[in-house]
Design a protein around this ligand. Structure first.
Ligand code: SAH
Length: 457
């Protein structure tokens, strides 16, 4: 079994290796691995930027205080939505929050192998689906565009396999600033794109690799069609509602003004059931505190319908749990965990993803796999072989150290390897065995789903 896997995998890797040395040095030089080796997940490094943000944070705080004064305490979801994505002063809107100058670092920013293997995953699922002529790569919350760039490089390198196909790229991004960073990396630059800020498709153009690319603020505006949906560290920034079990039943946690200090915010419990507590809590729970992200549920329902009707698959990677954790809402700023209610708008806000809720929201329309730990998924995708290939292609000791440190960061169970999970949504018939007469689409040779089993190309 292992031999068959290796035999079938190596030719694919050889294709990936052509010209690999040039991008090793480019990717690994400033950040990947080395600078960040002592840090992990949402660590921050923008002390100097923070100094310049004095005004901005007070604008957001004033805005929130006047909102609370006029309508009463707000839900945590409304708070998160305002703080992160308010079109004027939201945290994500006007700054590049990722990388060495930003607030936190993510796996695709640490290691080029991450995005490459996700690109390989798409190709593997595309082959399993019978190589449909057209497919879309759709990324939700693409950050700096690094994951997409690494995946698209794999698509180019595997041109011999993909040459008959028509591929297009679709990015769902609310941040104008990050949209610019993505355009810079993936295309010949903003000036070569067509812009229409008020349209659902607010930017279109062509990637450096010659594929049509478009930007949207909302998944529902992405055209229908056979698609691979990738969401890495996207679901954790979506607004959550928080609920506390009390002797009177579940009560929603709200955010109010601190009476003793009117420039400060505090958490309070709603005195009565709110619309959210009545509609979102559907069953009793052993936990005494829960977080629910209805926006994540809506997106997953949308993904499930699309995958059922148009084909394709979704891969969701994030930190999270299976309906077991309680209070995970936190902020990050300047290398450290940051109080979520202090200087809103200058720190990242995030909460663990509840994968059991996502699964529940598919309502059985699609099959789900996982969540499985990141180290297991990447191992199954062949990360060890890929690392060896990259190491063989460089003679620079610093580059080799960077590659190894980056590998350790994303794979080590004590670092990102265990904390991050992979979760996939697939058409219901994807996992039906080839002997089953219901399995028509995938034919007799449909392989197991890569990442959740060993990759076979
Ligand atoms: N996937 C990237 C970036 C993660 S940060 C990586 O792993 O490196 C979260 C990303 O989601 C950012 O690009 C942010 O601008 C975007 N984002 C946040 N809220 C969003 C929303 N409601 N809709 C679309 N994109 C959103």
């Amino acid at each position: 079994m292992t031999k068959v896997y290796a035999m079938r995998f190596f030719p694919g890797l050889k294709c990936l290796c052509g010209g690999v040395s040039s991008y090793i040095s480019r990717k690994v030089s400033p950040v990947c691995g080395r600078l960040w080796a002592g840090q992990w997940m949402r660590s921050c490094s923008r002390t100097s930027q923070i100094m310049k943000e004095g005004n901005q944070d007070s604008i957001m705080l004033k805005h929130l205080i006047s909102k609370i004064k006029s309508t009463g305490p707000i839900s945590v979801a409304e708070y998160m939505r305002e703080v992160l994505t308010n079109p004027v002063t939201g945290y994500y809107q006007h700054r590049d929050v990722l990388g060495p100058q930003g607030d936190f670092i993510t796996s695709p920013e640490i290691s080029q192998i991450f995005g490459e293997l996700l690109g390989v995953w798409c190709i593997s699922e595309w082959m399993a689906a019978g190589k449909p002529k057209t497919f879309q790569l759709v990324e939700l919350g693409p950050g700096r565009g690094t994951l997409a760039s690494d995946a698209l490089r794999v698509f180019s390198q595997l041109n011999s396999v993909l040459k008959e196909s028509e591929i297009s790229v679709h990015l769902v991004e609310v941040s104008p600033k990050l949209g610019e960073v993505q355009a810079q990396l993936l295309t010949e630059g903003e000036q070569h794109l067509r812009h229409d800020p008020n349209a659902a498709i607010y930017k279109t153009g062509t990637t450096k690799t010659g594929l049509p690319i478009s930007w949207y603020k909302d998944l529902q505006d992405v055209p229908r069609g056979f698609s691979f949906y990738i969401a890495h560290e996207f679901f954790d920034v979506l607004p959550i509602h928080k609920f506390q079990k009390t002797k009177h039943g579940w009560r929603e946690v709200l955010i109010d003004i601190e009476p003793s200090s009117p420039e400060k915010l505090r958490f309070v419990l709603a005195p009565h059931a709110t619309l959210a507590s009545k509609t979102l809590i559907q069953r009793d729970d052993e936990r005494d505190h829960i977080e629910i992200c209805p926006e994540a549920g809506i997106i997953v329902q949308n993904l499930a319908s699309r995958i059922t009707e148009d084909g394709g698959a979704a891969l969701i990677a994030d930190y999270g749990h299976n309906g077991t954790k309680t209070d995970t809402f936190r902020g990050f700023r300047g290398h450290q965990q940051h109080d979520v209610l202090t200087t809103p708008g200058t720190a990242d806000l995030t909460a663990d993803v509840d994968f059991s809720y996502l699964r529940q929201m598919t309502k059985g329309k699609v099959t789900s796999l996982g969540p499985i730990p990141q180290h297991e998924f990447l191992k199954n995708m062949g990360i060890d072989v890929r690392l060896q290939v990259l190491l063989r292609n460089t003679s620079d000791p610093a580059t080799s150290t960077g590659l190894i440190d980056a590998y350790d960061m994303i794979m080590n169970p004590e670092k990102m390897g265990n904390r991050f999970k992979f979760f996939a949504l697939l058409p219901c018939d994807r996992l039906i065995s080839s002997n089953d007469t219901r399995s028509k689409k995938h034919g007799p040779t449909a392989p197991p789903v890569a990442g959740f089993s060993e990759l076979q190309l």
